[in-house]
Write a protein of this length. Structure first.
Length: 274
């Protein structure tokens, strides 16, 4: 398969820089995993939804790129996944005032990503590692049931601060319950058995869930939630949380034309009783 794209807008450069920075912060690694799809690109930050959680930062083709093309795709094979150094990728995004054309090529029988800077004519080539076909499934966005409820948490800071507090109190997991009329209930216990509770009321509902129902209490890892919020852009002011009938959870922050999506499976341990 072949891939090429063009970026010529300052806001698009900023969105890509922010996404790459957040991905690197979440991974605590200088190597990025870039997934290219027919409708855009995504940085994959964590895999393993079936055993815990999956995170990706999605940027859509029509919002980021002035030109975008994939060749040789089919229904069975419509994704390119590569790994590259963050420092190398950032070099492509430095030229905010000129158009940059990006292309996946082969040089000396090895995959490379080239960036042509249209104003100066400068050509930058960076090495990439292609993810083997056998492993592609691990990097794909999880398929989940339709959400039965979705709420908007604004300002996000209060929710983020709650998980920071739980982490400081040595809480390993917290219970959440979403109610369709706009309430979010939170409760947990620390290792010493001290119980903490919180309620967020009068929250807005997301528009893409037609009939908002209620969930039972489900458990999520405090460490994972805290890590997710820690790598979000400082300017982000709200998040959305959706839950399915199987307690599959999606937390989304939308910022700079990018969707920061965290997919989780609720912990299977039995919830403690009231």
């Amino acid at each position: 398969m072949r891939f090429s794209a063009a970026i010529d807008d300052k806001k698009s450069f900023e969105a890509l820089i922010q996404a790459a920075t957040c991905a690197s912060a979440f991974l605590e690694d200088e190597e990025l995993t870039l997934k290219i799809l027919p409708d855009g690109v995504a940085f994959v930050c964590a895999t393993g939804f079936n055993t815990g959680y999956y995170m990706e930062i999605k940027l859509f083709e029509q919002e980021i790129f002035s030109a975008f093309r994939m060749e040789g795709i089919s229904d069975e094979k419509n994704v390119i996944i590569m790994q590259l150094k963050r420092a190398h990728f950032m070099q492509i995004l430095k030229a905010e005032d000129e158009e940059v054309r990006i292309k996946l090529v082969k040089r000396d029988n090895l995959p490379k990503l080239t960036a042509e800077f249209k104003g100066s004519g400068f050509l930058k080539t960076i090495p990439v590692k292609m993810v083997k076909n056998l492993l592609l499934a691990d990097y794909m966005t999880p398929s989940i049931n339709e959400p039965i409820v979705g709420l908007i948490i604004k300002p996000m800071y209060s929710f983020e601060k709650l998980f920071k507090t739980f982490l400081a109190l040595e809480v390993e997991a917290t219970q959440l319950r979403l109610v369709g009329d706009g309430n979010l209930f939170v409760k947990c216990r620390n290792l010493e058995g001290i119980e903490f509770t919180a309620i967020a009321a009068d929250l807005e509902s997301v528009e893409d869930v037609e009939h908002h129902g209620d969930t039972d209490y489900f458990r999520v890892r405090v460490e994972v939630m805290n890590k997710y919020f820690n790598c979000m852009p400082a300017e982000a002011n709200h998040c959305e949380i959706r839950v399915t009938d199987l307690n599959q959870i999606v937390v989304t922050v939308k910022h700079y034309d990018a969707d920061y999506n965290l997919y989780m499976s609720a912990l299977r341990d039995e919830a403690f009783e009231d």
